[in-house]
Design a protein around this ligand. Structure first.
Ligand code: GLA
Length: 729
């Protein structure tokens, strides 16, 4: 619900448990007043904020000769560069006369039910108008006629707030946008910890928690993709906030390209959080009459700790970000040939893998890299999306139909955004890749990135995909992206627009994804980027799942999946059982362990099942049955991280089904200790007076006992993994 107090000019955005309040101080300065636990009354005023300024001396500048008033000391709702606010600006533009000053004031506002799409960009949505309300607040700079529309949506039940901005150039001159962040939020204090998700290839999203300090702390990407190194997510939490209690504020950007995400603490111990497209490497010329839309920031507040924050993100993303036929459906148990064969396969080898897989209950065979052009290693053929007849003489059609005859669906790997220098595509169109004249075209994994800021390149990619998807019975696509961008430049963009390249690339990518997923609604798309280097909400809007990491080692996966679960649901995480010793880290874990670790995500196998012993195959059969039975609880249920893996001994996750009748506790021993102490796992989210039966032992317990006294747990052996299922009686 959104209300507006006309006299005080205050907007109050209210969801089930959260309030977000801001308004016009002295009818001029748009200041942020509050974000946190829901406030019932609308009697917040500006006085408190003005009072604190009395004790500030030597302010760098004041507004309108009012020495007690400086934007630099005010919590600004959308800060602009070039005035008295000298902290990180949300907005920075350069005007025709070289001035970069923007001064905003109230223009108009409208409040309506529902939520509009953001043109060309992914965003959360509503299914019916009553679920959310939107405020569009238009600010104007009267000197330049530039308008900035701040767009806020409040999801009542889902308890989230989204923000984005639209810039409208009403002046007769071009304006160069230098920075358009999606949100800044000024917190009155700075006693917070900053949690973010740094990583690397095969080690993505390992949470790091550090105290917020004076100055700036931020993560960003200037690599062209959201990246494995950083994720467009961070949380601000109070010192005592843990998994279950305390205030947690989450920030996540629905964007797959360069971003900035951080906080700035000023000398007065206020803390500005900021999130948006990375201003570094960004410029955009906005012509008269044109508009520019920022990506959406998803803001989540919870007083139930990190767990509460994560659960809000999970539900919102699963139900109002992911789209399409597969959003709510159980997806296919798949087998992927990558680690089983790498590039070295032919039809018979693939069918051999498929045959065994079909016998144990696998539903989809995914043919990974190497099926096209002359590709026998990673040094050629990207861009040549026609079948390699040397390996598959009968073509994809024959292979797909043989796989179908086994009762399985057929899926295919593409890396559409790339081109190999050794390819027909590159030989015909050497200017189609990202490059800058006279500079080296540096290769990553022997490949270059296609220039998706060009319409002709986007059309080429779409047509290649369309051709394959419309002629072969392909029911799943793995969309890969295996290097970061470098030597930035586009052959088509004029010199003054080269700074638009990164964002134009992402818009090009999104336009292809929108078109191809709409054209093939029955195809399940999975995003991938050397594993999880583009695990972000932007990609999840088009493809409901992402390959979480190239690291399939069960132990490492526990950490990666933990970090990923900070804001992304398990339903979005591709997770497979692979061969041991593990190809990434050389570790050997039992097949049971690998299975339980993977089945909480979108489950599959990435090995040749023919190489498993009969006993292991029996375990695999059981795993698939268990997954079929409980997959929905892992994916649609609520996650409670009972014990997080950062203790390095064990990890325990609890899933509570949507109807709250099935409770699954999944435990993983990270490092066994001899003569283990007994730990008690205190369950969450049960009914105190409900009775829950342990499915295996048949024993029943009262909810309050399970939650208060807990269930005993010992660190039996390294990597020992178990699930315990309780059914409400
Ligand atoms: C990336 C992916 C892998 C696999 C290879 C193929 O690394 O993350 O799963 O598809 O590419 O080249």
């Amino acid at each position: 619900m959104i209300s507006f107090d006309k006299d005080k000019m205050i907007f109050h955005l209210k969801s089930n448990n959260t309030s977000y309040i801001f308004g016009f101080l002295k009818e001029k300065f748009l200041v942020h007043l509050y974000w946190g636990k829901k406030l019932e009354f609308n009697d917040l005023d500006y006085d408190m904020f003005l009072d604190v300024m009395k004790y500030r001396r030597n302010m760098c500048a004041s507004d309108y000769k009012d020495i007690a008033l400086s934007r630099d000391c005010l919590p600004m709702e959308y800060s602009t560069f070039g005035n008295t606010d000298q902290r990180t600006p949300a907005f920075h533009a350069t005007y025709k006369n070289g001035s970069f000053i923007t001064e905003l004031e109230y223009d108009s506002h409208v409040i309506y039910n529902g939520k509009k799409e953001i043109n060309g960009l992914p965003a959360t949505y509503v299914e019916n108008e009553d679920e959310a309300q939107t405020l569009e607040l238009t600010l104007k700079d009267s000197l330049t006629d530039l308008k900035i529309v701040l767009i806020y949506t409040v999801y009542d039940e889902l308890d989230a707030i989204t923000r984005s901005v639209k810039i409208i150039n009403n002046s007769k001159d071009d304006v160069r946008l230098d920075s358009v962040l999606s949100a800044v939020i000024d917190f009155k204090e700075a006693q917070y910890d900053y949690i973010h998700l740094p990583g690397a290839w095969a080690r993505e999203r390992h949470p790091e928690r550090v105290p917020v300090m004076t100055g700036k702390q931020m993560v960003d990407s200037a690599r062209g993709n959201s990246s494995a190194q950083h994720n467009p997510f961070f949380a601000l939490v109070e010192k005592n906030t843990d998994e279950n209690s305390g205030n947690a504020y989450g920030f996540n950007l629905v964007y797959s390209g360069n971003f900035t995400a951080g906080v700035e603490v000023d000398p007065y111990n206020t803390c500005r959080a900021f999130l948006g497209i990375n201003p570094f490497g960004f410029e955009w010329i906005l012509k008269n009459g044109e508009e520019f839309a920022s990506p959406e920031a998803v803001l989540v507040y919870s007083d139930k700790g990190l767990g509460g924050m994560s659960r809000i993100y999970h539900k919102l993303y699963r139900t109002r970000l992911c789209r399409g036929k597969f959003r709510d459906k159980e997806r296919y148990v798949l087998i992927n040939n990558w680690e089983a064969t790498y590039f070295n396969f032919d039809e018979e080898k693939i069918l051999n893998i498929a045959r065994k897989a079909s016998q144990v209950g696998v539903e989809l065979l995914v043919l990974d890299d190497g099926w096209f052009g002359k590709r026998n290693s990673d040094n050629c053929s990207l861009g040549d999306w026609y079948v390699n007849k040397g390996k598959l003489p009968g073509g994809l059609t024959q292979l797909a139909s043989k796989v179908n005859e086994l009762g399985m669906k057929f899926g295919l790997w593409f890396e559409p955004e790339m081109v190999s220098p050794d390819s027909d595509c590159y030989r015909a169109h050497p200017d189609w890749c990202i490059h800058s004249e006279g500079r080296i075209r540096s290769e990553g994994r022997n490949q270059l990135v296609l220039d998706l800021s060009r319409q002709d390149v986007c059309d080429y990619i779409y047509n290649c995909l369309y051709e394959n998807l419309s002629t072969v019975n392909i029911e799943y696509v793995k969309w890969d992206y295996n290097r970061t961008m470098s030597n930035i430049g586009s052959a088509l963009l004029p010199a003054e627009r080269q700074g638009e390249f990164f964002h134009r690339y992402i818009l090009g990518l999104y336009s292809i994804l929108e078109k191809i997923t709409k054209a093939f609604p029955d195809v399940l798309f999975e995003s991938c980027s050397s594993g999880g280097a583009r695990f972000d909400p932007g990609m999840l809007f088009y493809m409901p799942q992402t390959w979480t990491s190239d690291d399939t080692d069960a132990l490492e996966r526990i950490y990666i999946q933990y970090g990923t679960s900070m804001c992304y649901p398990y339903s979005a995480m591709g997770a497979h059982v692979s061969i041991v010793p593990n190809h990434q880290v050389g570790r050997t874990t039992p097949v049971q362990t690998r299975g339980y670790t993977a089945m909480v995500g979108q489950f599959g196998y990435e090995l040749d099942l023919n190489k498993l012993t009969d006993a292991e195959i029996d375990v695999v059969k059981e795993q698939i049955k268990t997954y079929k039975k409980y997959g929905e609880v892992f994916h649609k249920g609520e996650l409670y991280r009972l014990v997080t893996p950062d203790n390095n001994y064990f990890c325990s996750n609890e899933f509570v089904s949507e109807d709250r009748n099935t409770i699954i506790v999944s435990n993983f021993v990270l490092r066994a200790v001899p003569n283990s102490p007994v730990y008690y796992l205190k369950l969450k989210g049960l009914e105190s007076d409900g009775v829950y039966m342990d499915e295996k032992t048949g024993k029943s317990y009262r909810g309050e006992i399970l939650m208060s006294s807990g269930i005993p747990y010992q660190l039996s052996a390294d990597y020992d993994t178990k699930i315990i299922v309780f059914k409400k009686q």
